[in-house]
Design a protein around this ligand. Structure first.
Ligand code: C5P
Length: 243
């Protein structure tokens, strides 16, 4: 049921750190400033599953960014295992078979699935090389519609794609966007970036932010500033929020 998302819960901090000890030290520094963490493949393969369980038990929200894609039985069984960790979000590649299988694996749990439409590192020529007869925008739109049809809870996409996709999927699916850079922060290796306020104003529900928080001199202060930007943008837009 759509209700409000608190501005703080709209910030998801990516724990792209090489060890569980590093991640735990960062989580301690961030304290109450951050309620939602993303654990990707690097940390998962460095022992991060236990950390995901502990974070969930401590009342934090956990986003497992594992981008599942395999035969349906494997995706379903893997999703069932991840649901047992108490995670809130899990990514799956936006192929109908994988999305349906992940939904079956998450059935009966509170795990929500986010579909990756097209990797943002792909451009039209990468798709042509892979044999696709359409460009990135068209494929993003097609997969967003398919994700809605199978009942996926949300999408991961570039902040530049939210305006294209929202009218195709209606108000209920959550749009989660990486590629966020507060004004004045290092761009790093991101190519298509947006500030937190612009991303929210453009239709994102939640933002994934890594280095602008984790590499800041004062990570908790950096997170608080982003939450304040998000809150101001939400108030300005005055749109219906979702959870
Ligand atoms: O440090 P930064 O804010 O660039 O981190 C962004 C996070 O979002 C990283 O964990 C990255 O893997 C993830 N991500 C992304 N672009 C995508 C999908 C995921 O930057 N298309």
């Amino acid at each position: 049921m759509p209700t409000e998302i608190a501005p703080r819960d709209r910030l998801i901090v990516a724990l792209d750190l090489p060890s569980v000890a590093d991640a735990e030290a960062m989580i301690a520094r961030l304290g109450e400033a951050v309620t939602f963490y993303k654990i990707g493949m690097e940390l998962t393969y460095a022992g991060g599953l236990g950390l995901a369980q502990r974070l969930g038990a401590e009342g934090k929200h956990v986003f497992m960014d594992l981008k599942l894609h395999d035969i349906p039985t494997t995706v379903e069984r893997a999703t069932r295992q991840i649901a047992k960790l108490g995670a809130r979000f899990l990514t799956v590649h936006g192929f109908s078979q994988s999305m349906r299988a992940a939904l079956a694996g998450a059935a009966g749990s509170s795990l929500e699935l986010l579909a990756v439409t097209v990797m943002t590192s792909y451009d039209d020529s990468d798709l042509a090389t892979a044999g696709y007869a359409m460009g990135v925008k068209e494929l993003v739109a097609r997969r967003a519609i398919q994700a809605k049809e199978v009942g996926i809870h949300g999408l991961i996409l570039s902040p530049e794609e939210t305006a294209l996709v929202r009218p195709l999927i209606g108000p209920d699916m959550q749009l989660v966007t990486p590629g966020i850079r507060p004004a004045g922060s290092d761009v790093g290796d991101q190519k298509r970036i947006m500030t937190p306020a612009l991303a929210i104003a453009g239709g994102a529900d939640r933002l994934v932010v890594g280095r602008p928080v984790t590499a800041a001199d004062d990570p908790a202060d950096a997170a608080e500033r982003i939450v304040a930007d998000i809150a101001a943008a939400v108030a300005l837009v005055g749109r219906t929020n979702r959870t």
